[in-house]
Design a protein around this ligand. Structure first.
Ligand SMILES: *Cc1c(COP(=O)(O)O)cnc(C)c1O
Length: 384
């Protein structure tokens, strides 16, 4: 059996070498390292793939979130509501811009931001909501957009974990994750569903004016050469990373399918197992979506109930099975983001999830033998 890895970047590279290497080589030969044609090609191809008017590439996913918020003109003291159960980058940029993060609880079934909790958190100072499409499926965007409309708020989608996922409206219409709110942000960190070979990110929007504003912000606030109209940043996707991404973009759907296939096999092995709650897909399907693509499984995350999770993690490590706990500490309990306004009873779900969740190896190269070994090791441990 091949060594099991949480993410198998080497295995994936070996399969696509013949496409990726010449694409990188081309950049080196033409020396257009910054804002070269590869960046433009990738931008156009991603716009087409997502069905969005504007993609603005930038240096990483954290910058993408920050720049999106700068582009919307959010001001110090504005309150921004986001999920307590996510990677810290989401709340970090809110705090960095001197906006006030307002963390709220998530749902037990899909781990995404809870709609009632958003409603309770709204004050006259609220200016934006940042739903995070955690682990590969969208938050309840129809409800988020309705609240935003009612209270005149911006919606910034953190789509770092769900690129390629579809969101299905109640009327059946499907759109790509990240293109529903006023602006979306994504990351091309190597382990993300569309990963480059270093850092990368992008911002998406259908709003022409906002796209124009953001294009200036990523380039030192310049709209005309050496005229700095606003305070900007320097955040670029470099051409070599764009070359990797442009070579990999045509494979994204195949990659997401491979993740769904692995998830389906995990689900089949665990669905009747006591002590395990399998991840729920809440889009247009029950179980693992093959045709609706509502979940692209950036992570395959189980909830372990009535079993010692830490002992299970240790056992898996001893058996050569890597696993992860995303995320072990709620953001409202992190030193940097503590706030006396928070009440523990408002974070019941997050406080439970941090004790229950475990993410299993999930990538495009998992084979049946590995999945079989992982699932039987886990069920044997639980059943003693
Ligand atoms: C990865 C990630 C980010 C940050 O992306 P970087 O490219 O690492 O800066 C932001 N939000 C979420 C939910 C992420 O998973």
């Amino acid at each position: 059996m091949k060594k099991i890895q949480m993410v198998d970047l080497k295995g994936q590279y070996n399969d696509i070498k013949d496409v990726v290497n010449p694409s990188i080589q081309e950049v080196i030969e033409n020396t257009a390292f910054i804002n070269g044609p590869k960046v433009h090609d990738f931008q156009k191809n991603l716009e087409q793939y997502l069905g969005v008017k504007h993609v603005i590439p930038c240096a990483n996913g954290t910058d993408a979130l920050q720049i999106a918020m700068m582009g919307l003109g959010l001001k110090p003291g504005d309150e921004v509501i986001t999920a307590d159960f996510t990677f810290a980058a989401t709340v970090e940029v809110i705090a960095l811009l001197q906006l006030t993060p307002v963390l709220v609880d998530v749902n037990e079934d899909d781990f995404n931001i809870n709609i009632e909790a958003i409603k309770r958190a709204i004050t006259p100072k609220t200016k934006a909501i940042v739903p995070v499409h955690l682990f590969g499926q969208c938050a309840n965007m129809e409800a988020v957009m309705a609240i935003a409309k009612e209270h005149n708020l911006f919606v910034i989608e953190d789509n770092a974990q769900a690129i390629g996922a579809n969101y299905t409206y109640k009327n059946g219409e499907k759109v790509k994750a990240g293109t529903i709110g006023h602006v979306g942000a994504t990351s091309f960190f190597p382990s993300k569903n569309l990963g480059c070979y270093g850092d990368g990110g992008a911002i998406f929007t259908n709003d022409d004016d906002l796209a124009h504003t953001i294009r200036g912000i990523v380039n030192h606030g310049m709209y005309e050469r050496y005229h700095h109209d606003v305070v900007g940043v320097n955040s670029r996707l470099d051409s070599i990373q764009a070359a990797v991404l442009d070579a990999k973009l045509p494979l994204l759907d195949t990659y997401n399918k491979a993740r769904q296939t692995a998830a389906r096999k995990y689900n089949a092995a665990f669905k009747d197992q006591d002590g395990i709650i399998i991840p729920k897909t809440v889009g247009g399907c029950d179980g693992v979506c093959d045709t609706c693509d509502c979940h692209v499984f950036h992570q395959y995350t189980l909830r372990i109930h009535g079993v010692d999770r830490d002992a299970l993690v240790q056992h898996l490590n001893e058996k050569g099975i890597p696993c992860g706990v995303y995320y072990p500490i709620p953001l409202h309990k992190q030193k940097a983001y503590e706030d006396e306004r928070y009440n523990e009873e408002d974070f019941e779900v997050t406080n439970t999830l941090v004790k229950d969740v475990i993410s299993l190896p999930m990538h495009t190269e998992l084979d049946d033998e590995q999945i079989e070994y992982i699932t039987t090791t886990i069920t044997n441990f639980i059943n003693g």
